[in-house]
Design a protein around this ligand. Structure first.
Ligand code: PMP
Length: 290
């Protein structure tokens, strides 16, 4: 495997960054997870746009144009001869001294890794998965806004630990007011009476690229979809529930806090969305080997 670091490629075992890097010392950086399917990179421009928005929000100058990063991502995939895979792009404030002050950092560290990632077992996609609602609330949008895809994931990791302690793989997170926001690494949707709802991101959620794509798919399929605040009650009593994410794709949820959702198996609308998603990803995206 060849890993990109600041414009150069290194074998995996030699792909190293400084222990003084502010991404390592302080989580001072941003990242993206991107998928390639069938020789194409899915929604690449959208991911790169969000990467630049996240960087801007933390006042991090990536020092490369969007076009350049896109080209470097494609080169990384080509060097690794991949048709499918999961890409991780990480941009940190670079290395400085042990102090917090970003002024002492040398610039940026840009890393691109092209690999595979499977976060959930395959039978969850067919039978549905169980989740819990975590007691860890989302970071407030007026502190570190969850819209920033930063290297500070401790909030989500707390909730992920709760999930694992409860014997499940994912946890749903509420904000301070008790509104449903998202999961530790996925966005959430509920279906009731044939209509889909997902929380507005201002409540404190990442503007998921898959989330936005699924909103578009639902409209295309003429299924009513709204961005609307709701509480855990609306999850417990929903007909269907599903999560979305670049790594997770579209995954049905059939149990939350021991309450069976709908009929205890993946719902009709979830299946419709998931089928449409699977067929679209194979044909849409920037071609890697032109
Ligand atoms: N929420 C969080 C906290 C995430 O980290 C992610 C990405 N893993 C998502 C939602 C899903 O976003 P996307 O569809 O852009 O991958």
């Amino acid at each position: 495997m060849l890993v990109y670091i600041n414009g150069k490629f290194y074998e995996k075992e030699h792909a190293k960054i400084s222990v003084f890097d502010h991404g390592f010392l302080y989580g001072d950086g941003v990242f993206e997870g991107i998928r390639a399917y069938n020789g194409r990179v899915f929604l690449l421009e959208e991911h790169v746009r969000r990467l630049f928005d996240s960087a801007k929000a933390i006042m991090l100058d990536i020092g490369l144009s969007k076009e350049r990063i896109i080209e470097d991502i494609l080169t990384t995939i080509r060097k690794n001869n991949l048709q499918e895979g999961y890409l991780r792009v990480i941009v940190t404030r670079g290395y400085g001294d042990l102090g917090l002050d970003p002024v002492n950092c040398n610039g940026v560290t840009v890393v691109i890794i092209a690999d595979k990632l499977k976060i959930y077992p395959q039978d969850f996609y067919e039978k549905g998965m169980s989740t819990i609602i975590s007691s860890t609330r989302k970071n407030n949008a007026d502190t570190i806004n969850p819209k920033i895809k930063s290297l500070n994931y401790l909030n989500n990791i707390f909730a992920k630990l709760e999930a694992r302690h409860a014997g499940v793989f994912e946890a749903i997170m509420l904000n301070r007011e008790g509104y449903v926001c998202e999961c530790t690494g996925d966005n959430i949707f509920v279906v009731s009476n044939g209509k889909i709802k997902t929380p507005p991101t201002y409540l404190g959620a990442l503007q998921g690229i898959t989330r936005d794509f699924v909103i578009g798919l639902s409209k295309k399929l003429n299924i009513e979809i709204r961005e609307e605040p709701f509480t855990q009650y609306e999850i417990y009593t929903a007909d269907e529930c599903f999560l979305t994410g670049t790594a997770a794709e579209v995954i049905p949820v059939i149990k939350v806090d021991q309450r069976i959702i709908g009929g205890g198996k993946p719902g009709k609308i979830t299946k419709q969305i998931s089928d449409e998603f699977k067929s679209t990803v194979k044909i849409q995206g920037i071609e890697i080997y032109k």
